[in-house]
Design a protein around this ligand. Structure first.
Ligand code: NDP
Ligand code: MG
Length: 379
């Protein structure tokens, strides 16, 4: 039997992980965390009766249940002897603490939370070999599977695909006036609000390029992006002889979630293949991304090339700007404007320690808030 702790159990990835666990034989959910959602916690508790309940925000524990709290609670459960696998599907950088703790103890971490790697990549890398770090993010799950059995010197490029989001075909003037409700209409994936906005700006793909750099030890020049509106090919390897190796499945996160749990085994799943007769009109199109309309991608490459705390600053400023856009406090292109300004001012250029990276994250959030408060023009 494998014993799982699932952090961020009430979210989009969390709910889909619960769905996978309901069907997997010999797996038990022994720990969960939620942030604010009391109702979801009560339901999950009633169904799975996990031994550990962690609350990171304002949620109330189910009656008679002694909960653990905050970052310390997550770390305690991640290090518990009776937890084998930790699924990190929270939002935000809090994910780094249980991730590193579980890896240090030789456990498997199935990682959905991309902020952890983007902001603290060098530190996670240092401890990754002590345990097993298996990505859930669909592009990285595909890349992980594609790279398996391929000689590194035969790989020319790793290509991550992006759906292009809801504004793929919109002209720049129209995108500039986009409202949160427009940006929340993702064409292929159903996800949490923050990542859905990141998909509309393409910052999500930028964060994923950085994530791939740390996961697979590839330089920025070896990671490319192509727009693929069908979201069926998740990653592509361009090999030495110019042949392409691709990984294809329906856009359903339960496939990479299940794989991150059962790897190296592959097990049956109740999702049909992306292939006739199960899918009609199988079409694959691939386009170059337009960095003029979607500057977030260039900003992410810029931060990755500068290295150090720049990705952490990019991630923090972006997170604040995305929530400001959702609150109607910033226009759509205000998100990338704010990120660009905060990156340009980063005072943590020489930072080395984990503590300094955390400070850089806090500074970037404060600075982004200040810039947003004085942001000119209509919202
Ligand atoms: P959701 O917003 O749907 O869910 C987030 C989960 O984390 C909820 O359980 C929420 O609790 C909890 N949470 C929210 N804020 C905090 C916080 N500050 N500290 C701790 N826990 C918090 O997000 P998603 O499931 O979409 O995404 C989760 C992570 O996975 C993100 O890092 C995202 O980038 C990544 N990811 C998501 C994909 C997807 O398809 N959704 C694909 C690839 C990666 P509560 O509900 O109680 O507030
Ligand atoms: Mg992804």
């Amino acid at each position: 039997m494998r014993r799982v702790a699932l952090f961020g159990a009430s979210g989009s990835i969390g709910r889909q992980t619960l769905d996978v666990l309901r069907r997997l034989k010999d797996w038990r959910l022994v720990g969960v965390s939620v942030h604010n959602n009391t109702e979801a916690l009560a339901k999950i508790y009633a169904e799975f009766k996990p031994k550990y309940v962690v609350i990171t925000g304002a949620a109330k524990p189910p009656e008679g249940v002694k909960a653990l709290y905050g970052r310390e609670g997550l770390v305690e459960v991640a290090s518990a002897e009776d937890v084998d696998v930790v699924v990190v599907a929270t939002n935000g950088i809090i994910g780094v603490f249980p991730t590193m703790e579980a890896l240090k103890r030789g456990k498997r971490v199935a990682l959905a939370n991309k902020e952890t790697l983007v902001a603290f990549g060098p530190f996670v890398k240092e401890v990754a070999h002590l345990g097993e770090l298996v990505p859930i993010d669909s592009e990285h799950s595909s890349a992980f599977q594609l790279l398996n059995g391929v000689k590194r010197e035969e790989v020319k490029k790793l290509i991550l695909t992006a759906s292009g989001g809801p504004f793929r075909t919109w002209p720049k003037e129209k995108i500039a006036k986009a409202r949160p409700e427009d940006a929340l209409k993702h064409p292929t994936w159903r996800m949490g609000a923050k990542i859905t906005i990141d998909s509309a700006t393409l910052m999500n793909k930028g964060l994923e390029v950085i994530e791939a750099h740390f996961l697979f030890d590839l330089p920025a020049d070896m990671i490319d992006v192509r727009i693929h509106p069908q979201s069926a090919i998740h990653a592509i390897l361009l090999l030495k002889d110019n042949s392409l190796k691709m990984h294809v499945s329906r856009p359903d996160m339960r496939i990479p979630i299940q794989y991150a749990l059962t790897y190296p085994e592959r097990v049956e799943i109740d999702i049909p293949p992306y292939l006739p007769p199960d899918t009609e009109d199988v079409v694959f199109t691939l386009e170059m991304p337009d960095t003029e309309r979607f500057p977030a991608l260039s900003l992410a490459y810029y931060a990755l090339r500068l290295g150090g705390t720049y990705p952490a600053v990019l991630n923090a400023a972006n997170e604040v700007a995305v929530y400001a856009f959702l609150d109607g406090k910033l226009p759509f292109y205000g998100i990338t404007d704010v990120v660009e300004r905060v990156l340009g001012e980063n005072p943590y250029r020489k930072a080395k320690t984990f503590g300094e990276y955390l400070e850089a994250d806090r500074w970037a959030r404060r600075r982004a808030e200040e810039i947003i408060r004085r942001y000119p023009g209509p919202r």
